[in-house]
Design a protein around this ligand. Sequence first.
Ligand SMILES: [Zn+2]
Length: 59
Amino acid sequence: MLSLTCRDAGFDCPEVIRGNTEEEVLQKAATHGQESHGMQQSDMTPELTGKLRSIMRQE
Ligand SMILES: [Zn+2]
């Protein structure tokens, strides 16, 4: 299981996003970002997804 803490991505937010694969976590992170942080799908740039992959933790 992989986890991604929203706070680690630079948001003041306690949300922890979990998934079985990096792609699943990224998809959930995109949904969370759009619903909770007003992000757009276009905000999920290669730079941001690369950063998110780098801060994911194996649980
Ligand atoms: Zn968040």
